[in-house]
Design a protein around this ligand. Structure first.
Ligand code: SF4
Length: 525
């Protein structure tokens, strides 16, 4: 009788407890839903992570479920339970599948098997299938490697299965095999590779953990020392609770825009030893590297620094000038025949063309949802737009060069023209690093950071109008089967607008550099 009132413990509880016992304790008392590692079959999803899981799933690729089905074509799928009644039904359904007298056919498994052990561990197993000497358990990760949390989860599953009287032959992970080449027609057999966890599961004393978790749960709020665990996986939902109990610091809050780390960790450590809190107090002569000195100068004067020499370099570039951005995606589950998991595939290019008269026109290509592998159309339309002469401005252009090289390798007949485009590329990143710094960049040279400096009114990070965290997420969502035409069109329009905003940033960056120091002084935040 006593056991019936012992609360259930699941993988999310274990993950919280392993990270911080106070976090586990607070959550058991009804704190906000925490972010958990989503299961491949949707197990253990909290309300807050539902949206994040959906977003992650689309970037994994629209073939996610098809891929698992291809490996286990005769699988029984048990829907993710939410309420206690649904859990009871799901556990019964799992036991019914296992109790069946039929011999398990080739390709059979239970996807999302639910178990509740006699010591009240509650688990939902991604894949439970038959081996010659017992059951085989797998956690599915749409990734190339697993982590410690995966091992903890599998250890908990094995513990629960054993306590339910099931004979477990093996337990492991199903990871994406990057050597797999998708042949098309939904043939995903071979996408996953098995990694056996037998050698590491023994180091997980699950029974002792469950006992300690219960003791913790019944006791007073545990002490905790804030540390790295407070900021991992999107941050702890109880940060404000813990900060409220901390003594107030007597030191002023550090200014991230003036951080000593901007000049590199080694030199930052020396400067700290010398008594500097940030770059505002460091004499410029102390910094030997010209780029570091320029950054410190910008920070100390509270505005951008632009070396006048860059103006002549920009003015030497002839017209027409092409400002070019690529958007690419790498699905864990390949979508187009002949491609591999995580292969970087271009799906959109956007190009702003500036004439000598100052006219600016935008062109672009965006892959169709049902048009198949877009690479050839991408390359052909790009070559047509870029013509045969004129500088091609890009930022951190190694990325664009790599994609052009890959396209040239893929399409022999287009290789000479694609190679010629590579030779025309002017990397604004290199010009910026050698001549420019703005304090809002806070030491970062990413496109997003420099956009904040040169075009603060042009948002380039999220696609707010369709609530997508990235162009990849929006594009992957636009490919989903069953999506209404209007929704697809909205996503495509948002992607095109995103590309145009990015080329607008390139145009402004080029104009700023060309105008020289006087113009830079006008951009302050
Ligand atoms: S903020 Fe840090 S110390 Fe506090 S509960 Fe969360 S993880 Fe634990």
């Amino acid at each position: 009788m006593r056991m019936a009132f012992t609360p259930l413990l699941n993988h999310d509880d274990l993950q919280r407890w392993r990270a911080c016992s106070r976090r586990f304790w607070l959550h058991r008392r009804g704190g906000p839903a925490a972010v958990s590692q989503p299961s491949a079959t949707g197990a253990g999803r909290t309300a807050r992570d539902a949206d994040e899981t959906a977003e992650a799933a689309v970037v994994h690729g629209p073939g996610l479920q098809a891929a698992l089905r291809a490996s286990f074509p005769r699988a029984d799928l048990i829907a993710a339970p939410g309420t206690p009644a649904e859990w009871a039904a799901a556990v019964q359904q799992t036991l019914d599948c296992l109790d069946s007298d039929r011999v398990a056919p080739e390709g059979w498994a239970i996807l999302g098997a639910c178990l509740t052990s006699d010591d009240r561990a509650q688990v939902r197993i991604d894949v439970l299938t038959c081996g010659e000497q017992g059951l085989r358990l797998f956690k599915v990760r749409y990734a190339t490697v697993g982590d410690e949390a995966d091992v903890d989860a599998v250890a908990l599953w094995v513990h629960a299965a054993a306590r339910c009287g099931l004979r477990v032959q093996s337990a492991g992970l199903l990871l994406v095999d990057t050597g797999f080449i998708y042949p098309g027609h939904g043939c995903y057999a071979g996408l996953f590779r098995e990694v056996d966890l037998a050698s590491v599961l023994g180091s997980r004393p699950v029974a002792a953990w469950l006992s300690a978790m219960r003791t913790c749960d019944r006791g007073p709020e545990p002490p905790a020392t804030p540390g790295a665990q407070c900021t991992q996986s999107g941050g702890c939902e109880f940060a404000s609770h813990c900060q409220a109990g901390e003594p107030a610091s007597s030191l002023p809050a550090p200014d991230p825009q003036a951080s000593l780390d901007i000049v590199g960790r080694e030199l930052a450590a020396e400067l700290r030893q010398e008594g500097h809190a940030d770059l505002r107090s460091v004499a410029l002569q102390r910094l030997g590297n010209l780029r570091h000195r320029r950054a410190a100068r910008a920070i100390q004067q509270g505005g951008p620094v632009l070396e006048p020499a860059v103006a002549a370099l920009m003015q030497a570039l002839p017209y027409p000038r092409y400002s070019l951005r690529f958007d690419t995606i790498g699905f864990a589950v390949p979508l187009w025949a002949g491609t591999r998991p995580y292969q970087v595939l271009p799906f959109q290019w956007t190009c702003g063309v500036q004439s000598a008269a100052g006219q600016w026109a935008q062109q672009g290509f965006l892959a169709d949802a049902d048009g198949g592998d877009p690479r050839r159309a991408f390359a052909l339309t790009l070559l047509q737009a870029l013509g045969s002469a004129g500088p091609v401005l890009a930022y951190n252009a190694g990325f664009e060069r790599s994609r052009l090289r890959e396209l040239a390798q893929q399409f022999d007949d287009l290789a000479p023209a694609l190679d010629a485009v590579q030779a025309r590329i002017v990397d604004l990143f290199q010009l910026a690093r050698a001549h420019y710094y703005h304090p809002v960049m806070a030491g970062s040279w990413s496109f997003k950071s420099i956009s904040r400096a040169v075009a603060p009114d042009v948002p380039v990070a999220r696609l707010e109008d369709v609530q997508a965290s990235s162009a990849q997420a929006a594009f992957a969502r636009s490919l989903q089967r069953g999506l209404e035409g209007a929704a697809r069109q909205q996503l495509r329009a948002a992607l095109q607008a995103h590309g145009q905003r990015e080329t607008e940033v390139l145009r402004r960056m080029a104009a700023l550099f060309e105008a020289g120091a006087a113009e830079a002084a006008g951009i302050r935040h």
